[in-house]
Design a protein around this ligand. Structure first.
Ligand code: F6R
Length: 613
């Protein structure tokens, strides 16, 4: 996955490109580059490494008198992360440049064909074929050449194109990789892979759809279908995020800021959707009529990574409170299986970005079989939301840290809302129970707010003897089993410590063999319906001298006979436990990772949004 940006307008282009790239760096950061047009010539700057490396070599170019250009931040898929492979890529003349996000799957054959025709390649990337392919078709009409070239591509692409001989125009094309235009009467026209790049300049945006092309100047934008060759009239949408929502606001890392934004994320997600007076939940946006809901006898939830963990929690909730059978699937597995779905099934995609390739492919397959599709998503207008029958937006605001935190909490809130809604419509939950569970959800925001500062201080101290451990295990039961998985994922992705999550009851079926006096084990042991069982599992770990960290309910003094390392959380309605128990898991990972000097916002090898398989 990569980030692309483009600008044409009255502002000097270089600072605009760099600022926008900074906001997309979560999409990839192994190299970066920009190109702009100055005195009729294209000027390129590229650097291996993070954006700071590019900024360091820009020098006086920052004040270049140029008002049109493109930028790119790369996460390598084809070709090593080197300066030569950094975008923008040029054609043979050096007069045409391309930035690209996605994978051109047939690039080998196109490259061979273009080489036979005399084109010279200077990188190992798939992207460079697009520059040469356009060159091959280019006479005087750039739009016509781009159309011809793009029709030959297989795979996914979002690309920006600039030709020195058409100095006022940028071209953008999209298929299966996100691309959005930003428009402003005063500031010109912008192009970006994601909305945060546009926020300092405009909140008026236009999302491109698959196989569409935009031709933009500082004052105009036209959108065409690449399939029908017709012009499309697309409405401008107003985004209700602002620029400061994607800044660090005094926090050391985006991840920490986003952890502290979780109370707001819960509130934003639930507000206006629960009517406590009548004990009802309002979700018209799911677009399922009573007749549709009556038909549904099975729910399948598909997701990846952290979003998959949220889906696992939802299984417990929906089955218990709405009485509907739920299967949860990892999207990369789901998409290649024989799917036994039909019009009686509801397929739910849970995705922060709404662009994850496997999840998107999963819902496309389910749709073909007649299943209704619902998305739980954070990014307004993203591909999944456009393809689903309905969307519950999580309204967590932009999430920049690669490790998902507030998006996860708001997914839990949205999935709990959905549970209550399904219980209401299926008449398995009376209004009184919806009111009380709904109130617990609403109140959880304030509780999270109260807990966080104290928890962070406690955890900072607690991790001191543990931060240099080689391995970590997390265990939990019931609703807290997915949270154990999430704790392990957070820790491994940002601290590079090997960590695994297990269902407590499963532990004795193998993993118990790992326990010795060096193995830290984080056990989630709230006073819930399975408390006694969880404690028995913890005893087994203690008996083998595992280094226990217990996370339990305030007032549960019996925990102190098991270890001195205890984090107490307030007693809450059991349904809210996954929200509250996620907090120590997130902060434990954050504090350990920062103690180890890791770059928590941009962990190695990872990108925020995985738009390739
Ligand atoms: C982990 C993390 C990833 C994402 C996964 C799915 O912290 O962020 O595991 O949850 O890549 O992404 P979305 O939710 O955008 O589909």
């Amino acid at each position: 996955m990569c980030g692309i940006v483009g600008y044409c307008g009255p502002k000097r282009v270089v600072p605009v490109l760099l600022e926008s790239l900074r906001r997309l760096e979560y999409r990839g950061y192994d190299s970066a580059g920009i190109v702009y047009l100055e005195n009729g010539k294209l000027v390129k700057h590229r650097a291996k490494g993070k954006l700071a490396k590019l900024e360091a070599i820009i020098g006086d170019a920052i004040i270049a008198d140029s008002h049109i250009g493109l930028g790119h931040t790369r996460w390598a898929t084809h070709g090593a992360p080197t300066t030569e492979n950094a975008h923008p890529h040029s054609d043979c003349t050096g007069e045409l440049v391309v930035v690209h996000n996605g994978i051109i799957e047939n690039y080998h054959s196109l490259r061979d064909e273009l080489k036979t025709k005399g084109h010279t390649f200077t990188s190992e990337t798939d992207t460079e074929v697009l520059a040469h392919l356009i060159e091959e078709y280019l006479e005087n009409d750039l739009v016509a050449a781009v159309k011809k070239a793009v029709k030959r591509l297989e795979g996914s692409f979002a690309a920006g194109i600039l030709w020195a001989k058409q100095p006022d125009t940028l071209i953008a094309v999209r298929n299966q990789s996100p691309l959005v235009l930003g428009v402003s009467d005063d500031l010109g026209t912008f192009l970006a892979s994601d909305i945060p790049a546009l926020l300092p300049y405009t909140r008026d945006v236009i999302f491109l759809e698959d196989m569409e092309m935009a031709v933009v100047t500082a004052t105009e934008h036209r959108i065409y279908s690449l399939e029908t060759d017709t012009e499309i009239d697309r409405e401008v949408q107003k985004i209700d995020w602002n620029a400061s929502m994607s800044e660090k606001a005094g926090y050391r890392h985006f991840m920490l800021k986003e952890i502290y934004e979780q109370p707001q994320a819960i509130t934003n997600t639930v507000s206006g959707r629960i009517d406590l007076e009548h004990g009802t939940v309002n979700l018209p946006e799911i677009n399922l009529s009573n007749a549709d809901l009556k038909k549904i006898d099975r729910i399948v939830i598909v997701a990846c990574g952290t979003s998959w963990h949220a889906a696992l929690v939802a299984k417990y909730w929906i089955e218990k409170y709405a009485g509907i059978s739920v299967e949860v699937d990892i999207a990369s597995e789901f998409r290649y299986r024989r799917l036994l779905l039909n019009e009686h099934s509801l397929t739910i995609a849970v995705s922060q970005s709404g662009e994850t390739a496997d999840t998107l492919a999963g819902i496309r397959s389910a749709k073909k079989l007649g299943s209704k599709i619902l998305t739980i998503c954070n990014v307004v207008g993203s591909t999944m939301t456009r393809e689903a029958d309905g969307t519950i937006y999580t309204h967590a605001g932009p999430e920049i840290g690669v490790a998902s935190t507030k998006a996860f909490i708001s997914q839990l809130a949205a999935l709990l809302l959905l549970t209550l809604y399904l219980g209401q419509e299926k008449k398995t939950l009376p209004p009184g129970e919806i009111r009380s569970l709904g109130k617990s959800l609403i109140d959880s925001a304030g509780m999270v707010e109260d807990i966080l500062p104290r928890l962070q201080e406690e955890i900072k101290e607690l991790i001191e003897p543990f931060y240099d451990a080689r391995d970590f295990l997390f265990v939990g039961r019931g609703l807290n089993f997915p949270i154990a998985l999430e704790g392990a994922l957070k820790l491994k992705e940002i601290s590079y410590i090997h960590a695994e999550g297990y269902a407590s009851g499963e532990f004795k079926h193998g993993p118990l063999a790992l326990i010795d006096r060096n193995m830290p084990v984080v056990a989630l042991v709230p006073k819930d319906a399975v408390y006694q069982k969880s404690i028995s599992n913890v005893e087994e770990i203690k008996a083998r001298q595992g280094r226990l960290i217990l996370i339990g309910t305030a007032g549960d003094d019996s925990l102190s006979s098991l270890t001195d390392n205890i984090i107490y959380l307030p007693e809450v309605d059991e349904i809210i436990n996954p929200i509250i128990y996620t907090l120590p898991a997130q902060l434990l990972s954050y504090e350990i990772a920062t103690r180890r000097g890791c770059d928590v916002d941009q962990p190695r090898n990872l990108a925020k949004c995985v738009t390739v398989e």
